[in-house]
Design a protein around this ligand. Structure first.
Ligand SMILES: [Mg+2]
Length: 259
């Protein structure tokens, strides 16, 4: 029966309501401290950048820091004994190199694809250091439309993929997403997928919620419908409560199931 050795949670929309709930819910603090006492570890797996993740954690005020953070849906960091966040293994080095290569080699193609989007007026392109890295749409409905056009347009560029979350979309190498990063974290920590509980709420979480990399998966009640369907298909748990209260409910559900 499953025992949770690694709790892997998304951040925005899963632990916090971006608009209001800034602090860690007491119920989540309690399950977190319980898991830690039992020798479990906690990882945040987010689309935020490294610095934005640390800023969010400072406001969140959890009773303990996560043992690991996965940022940009792909880069893995661990907390050193001296309290510094460091690259975990050589994954980040390879990951950064492959992303840079993919974005550089496909820059013109991605620009052309974006210029041909039918709802172009509703789309703002995002550049970093002059390189096209993603886009933002005016609404989530527009994002759904843009994503389906990209699925079609990117078929000729096998390394190109994207991660989407609400109105934001980031281009990425097809091999790197929350699911593959979680698999690498499991490998590095020697924790089998049977002992991993992953929890998320949006499209960019689906790769860690389909049962492939975490046998236990869950989502809070506020998760979008495609996430709920993915979790249910993977025999996971859809909580009745929102955000961190739903995550606490999911942890309790799997702990009870394991006796
Ligand atoms: Mg989220």
């Amino acid at each position: 029966m499953p025992v949770i050795k690694l709790l892997c949670t998304d951040f925005d929309g899963t632990l916090i309501d971006f608009l209001s709930h800034r602090h860690c819910a007491e119920e989540f603090s309690e399950v977190l401290l319980y898991l830690k006492r039992k020798g479990g570890v906690w990882a945040i797996n987010t689309g935020r950048s490294f610095l934005h993740t640390l800023a969010g954690l400072e406001k969140f005020q959890a009773p303990v820091l996560p043992d690991y953070i996965i940022t940009l849906e792909r880069e893995i960091y661990h907390l050193s004994p001296t309290g510094e966040w460091q690259d975990f293994g050589d994954w980040n080095l390879l990951c950064r190199a492959r992303h840079q290569e993919m974005l550089t080699q496909n820059e013109d193609a991605l620009k052309n694809i974006c210029q041909q989007l039918t709802l172009q007026d509703e789309v703002t392109l995002i550049h970093e250091k002059g390189v096209l890295v993603g886009l933002r749409t005016s609404t989530e409905e527009v994002m759904a439309h843009v994503a389906s056009e990209l699925n079609w347009a990117c078929r000729d560029f096998p390394e190109c993929s994207y991660q989407r979350n609400t109105i934001y979309l980031r281009f990425c190498h097809i091999d790197y997403h929350k699911g593959s990063a979680l698999a690498e974290l499991s490998r590095l920590t020697n924790i089998s997928r049977q002992a991993v509980l992953a929890v998320g709420d949006n499209f960019n979480d689906i790769s860690m919620l389909d049962g492939t990399h975490a046998v236990m998966c869950a989502c809070p009640a506020n998760a979008i419908e495609p996430v709920k369907q993915t979790v249910l298909s993977a025999h996971g748990f859809v909580a009745s409560k929102d955000y961190a209260l739903g995550v606490a409910e999911a942890v309790e559900h799997f702990l009870l199931r394991s006796g």
